[in-house]
Design a protein around this ligand. Structure first.
Ligand code: GLC
Length: 400
């Protein structure tokens, strides 16, 4: 599969249009004009990956800008905030002018490794490696209270899938409207701040606490990427430590998230790790991290490519078409998102499902060619939805 050249040129233009140069000279790409002017964690990692094709120096700058507001002291030292407010407008929601107080899926080490592969610039790796180390130490120290290798999330925004139906229950909501769901997320920030973002206090208070299968798969992948970065820097002992940690996480995902009767990975909620019933496309993300066995992968791919579940005209819907709560136009409750397609494309390739991956790439190209670069899309009609032009939709150029 090759990416249509017009799409490549349009993607380049979107990233150029969305580039922000801060007053002190940092460079990052906003997710979308007006709607998302700040710097977001996983968006920036995805932009950096796309920029390995266009402008690797900008990719490096964006990662370094992302790490600039990593916490350096206090109980959450090492955390990388999910939002950086270069304009200083974060105070009302977060109590900090320049950053949020929660994180997002850990794809930083993956982005660093992609940039390193593209550039061979070991000095860049050496510059960011201490921050990557501190970030993983933070996850382990603050978010794995039972030490089982699965990390916990304390806010739906940390999952990256803000309003997914799977979070209704853990948020104490039942089929909420978009407004209700958003208000509940805003209100949760103040409750977390009152508890100093302490996971044990969060669990005791019965607040949102989820070990999601996709984030933990990305966490596992992040540990492996960090191990390879450590090896590149000649730090064999540290690499070994990250691999051991990754082994614990993968074993826990297989033992606790995999539901063999259903043939899916489940998210776990609460300190007692109750598997959540709703089926979302999060279940396929472990493919990206190489976690399933070949037999598990076959079952996942059969489900993914079932036209009644996850394979409509424009795959992949975030929620199965067969779920009663599937809503093709509603934020995180059904639409197709290009960063998910990118994760699944690479997962399918990794397991040798090249035809399925090619089909997914071809449908993704057709979608973006017809509709443009949108935050998300109606998976039945291909209509663009949400913010526009959205930077991470440019991930299509990395699906070949
Ligand atoms: C929304 C998404 C989140 C993303 C952000 C910026 O909040 O839910 O995952 O990082 O927009 O694109």
């Amino acid at each position: 599969m090759t990416v249509p050249p017009t799409l490549v040129e349009q993607a380049r233009a979107v990233l150029r249009q969305n580039l922000i140069v801060t007053a002190d000279g940092h460079r990052y790409i906003r997710p979308a004009p007006m709607t998302y002017e700040q710097q977001w964690l996983w968006d920036s990692c995805f932009h950096a990956i796309v920029n390995t094709h266009f402008d690797p120096t900008l990719a490096q700058d964006e990662i370094e800008a992302l790490l600039a507001h990593q916490l350096t002291d206090g109980p959450d030292a090492g955390m990388v905030p999910h939002m950086t407010y270069w304009d200083g407008l974060g105070m009302p929601l977060w109590g900090h002018a320049d950053r949020s107080t929660i994180t997002q899926p850990p794809v930083i080490a993956h982005a660093v490794e992609r940039v390193y592969t593209a550039t061979g610039d070991l000095a860049f790796v050496a510059r960011v490696y201490p921050a990557v180390q501190a970030y993983h130490a933070w996850w382990q120290r603050r978010r794995d209270p039972d030490g089982d290798g699965l990390v916990s999330l304390i806010h739906p925004w940390e999952t990256g899938w803000d309003a997914a139906p799977a979070w209704d229950g853990p948020m104490g909501l039942s089929a909420p409207s978009d407004v209700e769901s958003r208000q509940a997320r805003m209100a949760l920030v103040a409750k977390l701040a009152a508890l100093d973002y302490d996971i044990q206090a969060v669990q005791a208070a019965g607040l949102f606490n989820v070990e999601s299968c996709d984030l933990n798969a990305l966490y596992h992948n992040s540990l492996i990427c960090t191990a390879r970065l450590a090896e590149a820097l000649g730090r064999a002992d540290e690499a070994e430590g990250y691999r051991r940690q990754a082994d614990v996480t993968v074993a826990a995902i297989q033992a606790r998230c995999w539901d063999d009767a259903a043939g899916i990975y489940r998210d776990l909620a609460g300190p007692d790790e109750t598997p959540l019933a709703k089926t979302a496309a999060t279940t396929f993300v472990p493919l990206f991290a190489g976690i399933p066995t070949a037999a598990q992968a076959a079952r996942l791919v059969a489900r993914l490519t079932d036209p009644a579940q996850f394979w409509p005209a424009y795959p992949v819907p975030t929620v199965a078409l067969s779920e009663p709560l599937f809503a093709p136009d509603r934020y995180w409750r059904g639409p197709c998102w290009m960063h998910l397609n990118w994760l699944l494309y690479h997962g399918l390739r990794r397991y040798g499902y090249h035809d399925v991956a090619d089909h997914l790439a071809a449908r993704s190209f057709a979608l973006v060619e017809a509709a443009g670069f949108w935050e998300y899309y109606n998976p039945l009609t291909g209509a663009g939805l949400g913010a526009h032009p959205q930077s991470w939709a440019t991930l299509v150029v990395d699906m070949a």
